[in-house]
Design a protein around this ligand. Structure first.
Ligand SMILES: C[S@@+](CC[C@H](N)C(=O)[O-])C[C@H]1O[C@@H](n2cnc3c(N)ncnc32)[C@H](O)[C@@H]1O
Length: 286
């Protein structure tokens, strides 16, 4: 997967749906004094969700291999602050802070441009490790490494983990075939390692059990509707994330794919399609 695979536009479009879906139980586990390492942070959406939900923390390190997304983190956070009673201040190219006068709090943010493979040595410098919409891209080796290296008394928050289940209010005879092919496509070689796709959730369960870590799993599925221009646009974009890679994949029956995709688009145009994208939030206490 190329460094520039995820665009700022896509991450900004999905942010409101992510905000609605994440489970808020994390609030009980994150302390005001905590430092968080957000691996595969994108533009820092997870940090904004924490602030939105009064999940207080001291600092968040945004780690991503895509510098363009890290560069957008301050701008995206500034837009977010504008709509709240929050004040953002740039400290340097890589640092900014958000002041919350109501709670008398300061959230510190720092960015680091690094491949997640080179982030393992940082993990124990933080209280909380977060990974949002990421673990399906990871390999067995990477996940095992994290579980082997992490010390006790830490929290691992893996939110919005894709669980391989996508369903619709209007059934199509080809849904099963397409989702199977999509899940196969997700389990492909990424950066030299086999990405686990939705099977990453099972792997994380096994690793937690082996280490005797406490694990809690919650539903955080997206419910995508066709009842407004924004919802239709996003649902369409989401369906493209299934359609486009399968179109490039020589193994998939093109006629079925085209039929399937156009029937979905038609239903969106009719304001009637609802798509449920299966996600889970996994919270681990080490
Ligand atoms: C689906 S996006 C999620 C972004 C963000 N966590 C969110 O919830 O909006 C996955 C992110 O992981 C980053 N990523 C993927 N592979 C990576 C790698 N090998 N090293 C560092 N970051 C990576 C991508 O650049 C992208 O920002």
């Amino acid at each position: 997967m190329k460094k520039e695979y995820f665009t700022n536009t896509w991450l900004a479009l999905r942010e409101p749906y992510d905000f609605l879906s994440r489970n808020k139980n994390l609030k009980k586990l994150i302390k005001r004094s905590d430092c968080i390492l957000d691996i595969g942070s994108g533009t820092g959406s997870f940090g904004r969700w924490c602030i939105e939900n009064d999940i207080f923390f001291k600092t968040m390190m945004l780690l991503d291999h895509d510098q363009r997304l890290l560069n957008s983190s301050r701008i995206s956070t500034a837009k977010f602050c504008k709509s709240k009673k929050l004040v953002i201040e740039r400290i340097s190219n890589k640092k900014f802070k958000v002041e919350d006068p109501v709670h008398n709090l300061t959230y510190g943010f720092e960015t680091i441009n690094r491949d997640l493979g080179l982030a393992i040595d940082l993990i124990n410098n933080f209280d909380v490790l977060s990974m949002s919409a990421l673990i399906d891209l990871l390999s067995i080796k990477y996940l095992s490494n994290i579980f082997n290296i992490i010390n006790g008394n830490k929290v691992i928050a893996m939110t919005l983990c894709f669980n391989g289940k996508v369903s619709w209010n209007h059934k199509n005879t080809h849904d099963k075939y397409i989702i199977n092919e999509f899940n196969k496509e997700q389990q492909s070689i990424k950066e030299g390692e086999l990405a686990l796709g939705y099977k990453s959730i099972e792997k994380v369960k096994q690793l937690s059990k082996k280490k005797n870590f406490k694990i809690s799993i919650y539903d955080s599925s997206w419910k995508l509707l066709s009842n407004s221009h924004e919802n239709k646009k996003f649902q369409m974009k989401y369906l493209e994330t299934i359609y486009k890679p399968l179109k490039r994949n020589g193994q998939v029956d093109n006629e079925i794919l085209e039929k399937w995709f156009s029937s979905k688009i038609q239903l969106i145009d009719n304001n009637s399609l609802e798509t449920t994208v299966g996600h889970n939030d996994i919270i681990i206490q080490t």
